[in-house]
Design a protein around this ligand. Structure first.
Ligand code: SF4
Ligand code: SF4
Length: 396
């Protein structure tokens, strides 16, 4: 393997610091008042009957953006037990203090323990008790007794969705009044997960990766339509497909067009793009004023679709090709979080969960992984794995 050159190293270090600086540059919440259209389109989240604006918000790093979202009219803020090692739920809980939660749609996500994120299979160490303990911690951090929706987080196999301990746990959480609705979230093997959720009969919502760059989008559409026919509500994530097509961020994805593309599917109730600036929030919110895609937007998406970009389909076609059996799709997702969304914390969390260390390719003579998108996999692994040696304090 070629060693990472000094320029790249400098760029990487500068970028992690820029993440921190970016947070301090956010305009004050009061500046969030829009001078633009405030047309809001609501859709119903399947059989939950809950009506939500079609634009919601992904996990925010700080309360400023949450408050900006509230000022705009956002009703649903995504979070999860594992984000920022729990700090994300704590931040959201604090930001929502004083709000009338009956007017919002509160959620969190809990990852089953003993789940192999690579195979998607849950092992024998998974217990309902542990799942419920983690959920209780989440409720505490959010400063609530219950949430509207509890997701089983990041599942990618039928076995995980139907695992008896998980089914037992989520049913108990609901019986105990700690959540009203149940769901699963997925960014791999989405059709299989959606169909398993239908089969389970207890899940009301699926949060799924859904964007114009997915090669298997027709298959996902089919599964979504089947789920919708059974009353499942759908929330879309990864809608921006990385936000940029290149790591230096010189080729942005047309985010309005990407959002319009996802929301064209009427079975998608709402989407959860992550925003780091008020401008991004404004831009996405404004999509509701004009949902029809312009010719230019169509062209932009066509261009972005043909460009390898930063989005890994998690198509599994490179499975078994890595000489060290590294979790390539997950590392590629971390790469996208880092260079596309500048979400280094999320990227490091995922790498840590997958047991990836800094420079895992160091003793590999050449990369044997062939990606359908022609990603230079070895280089990307080497580049993003450096996050594992960056202290958490330097990462937002
Ligand atoms: S260089 Fe390629 S094959 Fe070798 S360990 Fe890294 S990703 Fe795997
Ligand atoms: S790295 Fe390429 S081949 Fe492997 S899962 Fe991602 S898109 Fe598919």
């Amino acid at each position: 393997m070629n060693k990472t050159n000094k320029n790249d190293r400098r760029h990487f270090l500068k970028m992690t610091a820029a993440g921190i600086a970016g947070a301090t540059l956010l305009p004050h919440v009061s500046e969030a008042k829009s001078k633009k259209s405030n047309k809001v389109i609501y859709r119903t989240l399947g059989r939950t009957g809950v009506k939500l604006p079609i634009v919601s918000m992904g996990a925010m790093k700080d309360g400023t953006m949450v408050k900006a979202g509230l000022a705009k009219g956002v009703k649903h803020f995504d979070t999860a037990h594992v984000y920022q090692k729990g700090k994300n739920e704590t931040m959201l809980g604090e930001a929502l203090q004083g709000q009338d939660l009956s007017q919002l749609f509160t959620v969190t996500k809990v990852v089953p323990d003993d789940m192999d994120r690579k195979t998607g299979l849950i092992g024998e160490g998974c217990t309902a008790e542990n799942f419920l303990k983690m959920f209780d911690i989440s409720l505490e951090r959010l400063q609530v007794k219950s949430v509207d929706l509890l997701y089983v987080h990041a599942v990618s196999s039928k076995q995980a969705v139907l695992h008896p301990e998980i089914i037992k746990a989520v049913k108990m959480a609901k019986e105990q009044g700690k959540c009203k609705f149940l769901g699963v979230s997925t960014h791999k093997n989405e059709p299989e997960v959606i169909r398993a959720a239908i089969e389970a009969g207890i899940y009301d919502v699926v949060l799924t990766a859904y964007n114009f760059k997915q090669d298997h989008r027709e298959e996902i559409d089919k599964a979504i339509a089947e789920g919708a026919a059974k009353g499942i509500g759908f929330v879309a994530m990864k809608v921006m497909a990385g936000g940029f097509l290149d790591k230096d961020q010189t080729k942005p994805v047309n985010t309005k067009a990407a959002l319009k593309w996802a929301l064209k599917n009427e079975h998608i109730c709402t989407s959860i793009p992550s925003f780091t600036t008020i401008d991004q929030l404004e831009e996405s919110w404004d999509v509701m004023a004009k949902m029809k895609m312009s010719k230019q937007e169509e062209k932009d998406l066509e261009f972005a679709r043909d460009y390898a970009g930063l989005y890994c389909n998690a198509c599994s076609q490179c499975d078994g090709q890595c000489q060290k059996n590294l979790p390539i799709p997950e590392i590629m997702r971390s790469y996208m979080y880092t260079y596309g969304y500048r979400e280094m914390g999320k990227a490091k969390e995922l790498l840590a969960n997958m047991g990836v260390v800094n420079d895992p390719c160091s003793d590999c003579s050449h990369c044997t992984v062939t990606c359908v998108k022609n990603f230079a996999v070895g280089e990307k692994v080497q580049s993003v794995s450096r996050l594992m040696d960056v202290p958490d304090d330097f990462i937002v």
